[in-house]
Design a protein around this ligand. Structure first.
Ligand SMILES: [Zn+2]
Length: 289
């Protein structure tokens, strides 16, 4: 199999792998949005238990007050009945005080009871609301789980399809190349094979050494970009691109400075300095006129 054929297969494989990794990511991420719903639900349930305990305690309190009220009522009624049988003024005073105390007590308890019964009703309402909310959340979560499992099932079916296609495509290619290729696609999120146009890697846009670019051009072996590790294939430039890359290339090479010796560099700097001096001189003259 020649390299052109391998490149074509790698491009096909790339399309498959990109879709495959995308699906794998989706499968991994999909339960996460249910997780927050799940957390909300457990918090609601915990609060419901707390409110239930509060309700029970309040109910006991109300029952206690009801009992105390009965006691106070009975005590007052006993006093009132006793009034019929008293004989002395002292007895009257004692009984009168007993009745007054019982009445006060009765009123106080009645007030407390009213307040606590109101509280109890409020807690009861809240519990009912909690209950309804929990039920709706549970229903929502259940339907979320159901659609998730359908979705994941769908993803998995597509994934199996892609894996079959992948295996079909990569059989005749060196496994080491496949391994590197897969890793690049995973880490660079997309391209594992890119063109070299005018000595520039189309993946990372770095200028490749001329000799290296020639090696890519020859197409005799599979080569990886020394900068971004992507597999490279050669692609001729069209007219516009040729002009573009020509400009880019000369500009970048001058910036590299690697081929210049110290002397040449100094000369160049001097020239730049002289140029600007000339220019400012010219400006001055123009200014004088
Ligand atoms: Zn590159």
């Amino acid at each position: 199999m020649d390299t052109t054929e391998i490149f074509d297969k790698l491009k096909t494989l790339q399309d498959i792998l990109v879709q495959k990794y995308d699906l794998e990511n989706k499968i991994e991420a999909s339960p996460k949005h249910l997780q927050s719903q799940d957390e909300l639900l457990s918090r609601l349930k915990k609060e419901y238990i707390e409110h239930s305990a509060e309700f029970d305690a309040k109910k006991d309190e109300v029952n206690r007050l009801k009992y105390e009220l009965q006691e106070a009522e009975a005590s007052r009624e006993r006093g009132e009945k006793g009034m019929d049988t008293i004989t002395t003024h002292r007895e009257y005073e004692a009984l009168d005080k007993e009745i007054k105390d019982a009445t006060d007590q009765e009123q106080r308890i009645r007030k407390d009871l009213q307040r606590e019964e109101k509280n109890l009703a409020e807690i009861n309402d809240r519990l009912k609301q909690d209950e309804e909310f929990i039920q709706s959340q549970e229903a929502e979560l259940a339907s979320g789980r159901e659609s998730l499992s359908l979705e994941v099932g769908d993803y998995k079916a597509k994934l199996a399809e892609l894996t079959a296609q992948e295996q079909e495509t990569n059989t005749s290619i060196d496994q080491e190349i496949i391994f590197k290729f897969e890793r690049i696609i995973k880490s660079k999120q997309g391209k594992g094979i890119v063109a070299v146009k005018g000595n520039v890697c189309d993946g990372c846009h770095m200028i490749l050494p001329a000799q290296f670019a020639n090696k890519v051009r020859s197409g005799e072996e599979i080569v990886f970009c020394p900068y971004c590790s992507r597999i490279l294939y050669y692609q001729e430039l069209d007219q516009d691109e040729a002009e573009y890359f020509h400009v880019e290339e000369t500009g970048s090479l001058a910036d590299l400075d690697t081929d210049f010796g110290e002397d040449e560099l100094d000369e160049e700097e001097d020239e730049v300095l002289n140029d600007s001096a000339d220019e400012s001189g010219k400006d001055m003259m123009e200014y004088d006129e």
